[in-house]
Design a protein around this ligand. Sequence first.
Ligand code: NAD
Length: 479
Amino acid sequence: MFKIRNYINGELTEPQAGRFIDNYNPAGGEVYSLIPDSDVQDVENAVHAAQEAFPAWSKTTVEERHDVLSKIARLIKENLEKLAQAESIDNGKPVWLARSVDIPRATSNFEFFANAITQFASQSHETNQTAINYTLRRPLGVVGCISPWNLPLYLFTWKIAPALAAGNTVVAKPSEITPMTAYLLSEICIEAGLPKGVLNIVHGYGHTAGSAIVAHPMVKAISFTGGTQTGARIASVAAPMFKKLSLELGGKNPNIIFADCDYRQALETTIRSSFANQGQICLCGSRIFIEKPIYEKFKADLVQAVQGMKVGHPAKDDTRIGALVSKQHLEKVESYIGLAREEGGTVLCGGNRVAVDGYEKGYYLEPAVIEGLPNTCRTNQEEIFGPVVTLMPFESDEEVLGYANGVRYGLSCTLWTQNLTRAMRFATELEAGIVWVNTWLFRDLRTPFGGMKDSGVGREGGFEALQFFTEAKNVCIKY
Ligand code: NAD
């Protein structure tokens, strides 16, 4: 069986202890490759390689870093089909989605930060014509990047590219549930001529390999995307060591639909924002608030459209909903549908397992739409992270603002209205790091990305990411 290997000091190596983890194909439920079960020793080797590589890499010119990162971007683009197939097999997402979104975005991440670093400038402040202050920004050293399974290569490269562009060396760990494209990226980095030790990829579990990265004294910063509970655990180890921390965590995003919206657009986008990637995107809108006058019509149209979404094998082009990422995750999502029923909700459609012909052991679930639950119940307060949405009617701006903000999370919000004053008022008052008005997941990589409240601390994207991965030092010179 194919064995994924770690990428340490420029080489593809097996874990020191020789242990491996089974890697499942969610579409058929079978083990199809093996993942290194790396431990503290593997992380130690990776951190040492990164530490050794740091002096030379941090002294490379911006142009040199631009060139090698651009080359990685080019190679990702050239390997689009291979990477898209690998992502789909590993994750269960439709291959057309990996081909049109995940992998192109990985290319863009490298292209964007290869260029952004050439535009990254320091500030200077003249003080009362007697002194000049200027800011030096220096890379931190060895940094740790830890990513989740839902958008594997997309989110992995979103961290690695700015870290490398800013002159850091990196020890990175992809999710043990979806490691394949990170492994293929290590092959690409070798082909691109990335100097050895600059990027090290260690595979394995979070509680072993991941926590060893977080706890390592030589690792100066942790950029983490994943669950809120994991983020809290990481912070409890990293904060007392005074590491820089960027935490992109869970969400329970509201999707607010006013009666004055562009109805067709709101409906079509809501179908996507609810169920894209099987609802496994941190930015999916899982609580849909619909203004009373259009509630019944929107509900009927949404349910009809959702019932028509084809659940099927991820390799097929007409599949709208692929497989959920793992058996455990499938069971978790199902348990929330059960909870919704216990809490008094009505499942309007979906929520049952699907046996796909020839792939009966795959992790398939019908997309579910639920109504009749208050905003305060567990179904509406906890992150489900699957193809499940709830519908709730509302009558006034005040009421829906209270619902939208009435959760511990604050990642993103989508708002549908033609009323500019209302849109701007909501944009100010919503407790969310990202507000989309009359669109969803429309991204510009220059913008700050991240959440408030229990959805995380810090921002990624644009110069925010480059600031995170550098230390600012002020120099004051008196004339
Ligand atoms: P997770 O927290 O279980 O795992 C994320 C990563 O952390 C994995 O690589 C895992 O191995 C590692 N990890 C686990 N325990 C660790 C520890 N103690 N120390 C160090 N590393 C550890 O999350 P997941 O299930 O992979 O991903 C789903 C979650 O990610 C959801 O909550 C989702 O909302 C969130 N997410 C957030 C964003 C965002 O931008 N805010 C984006 C995507 C996903």
